[in-house]
Design a protein around this ligand. Structure first.
Ligand SMILES: [Zn+2]
Length: 276
């Protein structure tokens, strides 16, 4: 990631975070409306796709998703766009407004907790919202081909994947500490502890490789509870996505994409908007 890429990320991410904190505010100029690709002929010429009935800015989309989450949490979900007519309208194409990268946890389905319908969200789900080439390629498809203006990285409370990552991180720290104590050379012992990030990166465990750094960063910031580790992991996931994807970097730089971080709370049903 170049310096300019990082500056672009920081600028856009700051704009995204501040916009997400005030979802009801006027849309910020961070999400330019891209030129739509030629759409296939619609089966019902007078009935646009559900997504096209909404404002297509990222802020409006995020605001609508948060409103849907409020309905869901209050037990007033409307289950929009899930009828037979909508299904027929969508047979020839999709134009979702947002992509969501979230955990595979059965308690956290994005369409339900945001009270959205068919055609609204392009979702990618893995345990602990961990990323690999397939995840990145899927999100790049949503950004480049489907022109989503919003990418939401969604963590959640009591995430089993993060619990595993924390446990494996603790085991690694115990191992590394024991190695350092066994070393007679104090400088070598110091190096062993300093190389913790490399030991995480070289681990055989995909969970530790993906989420261990999040646990480590949280610990470095003296954030010890799982809730905080989950928040740090969302931030780390966004940073890694931007770092690894030129498509996402370019979409942020050209103000065609906004990224927001959020965390779903199992107890309340509400989505907590994160700012970093
Ligand atoms: Zn989870």
């Amino acid at each position: 990631m170049t310096q300019s890429d990082f500056e672009n990320f920081e600028q856009n991410f700051a704009a995204a975070s501040s916009a997400a904190e005030s979802p009801q505010s006027q849309p910020q100029p961070v999400a330019a409306t891209p030129e739509p690709e030629a759409q296939p002929e619609q089966p019902l010429q007078t009935s646009p796709l559900p997504s096209e009935l909404h404002e297509s800015t990222a802020n409006a989309t995020w605001s609508r998703m948060l409103q849907g989450n409020k309905r869901f949490a209050e037990g007033k979900a409307e289950h929009p766009w899930q009828d037979k007519e909508t299904r027929h309208m969508l047979t020839d194409g999709q134009k979702p407004d947002a992509a969501v990268l979230s955990c595979s946890d059965s308690r956290v389905p994005p369409e339900i907790i945001f009270d959205q319908g068919l055609g609204d969200l392009f979702t990618v789900r893995t345990a602990g919202q961990m990323i690999d080439d397939a995840v990145i390629a899927s999100l790049e498809y949503a950004v480049k081909k489907l022109h989503v203006s919003l990418l939401c990285v969604l963590g959640h409370g009591r995430c089993g994947a993060l619990e595993v990552a924390e446990r494996e991180f603790n085991e690694l720290v115990r191992t590394v500490t024991a190695e350092a104590e066994e070393s007679q050379d104090s400088i070598e012992a110091e190096d062993i502890m300093d190389d913790l990030d490399e030991r995480i990166a070289q681990s055989d465990s995909i969970v530790l490789r993906q989420a261990g750094i999040s646990v480590w960063q949280a610990r470095e910031a003296e954030l010890d509870c799982l809730d905080d580790i989950e928040r740090v992991h969302v931030a780390h996931t966004i940073e890694a996505l931007v770092d690894r994807s030129e498509v996402i970097q370019q979409a942020l730089a050209s103000e065609q994409l906004m990224i927001v971080g959020a965390r779903y709370q199992l107890d309340t049903g509400r989505v907590e908007v994160l700012s970093f």
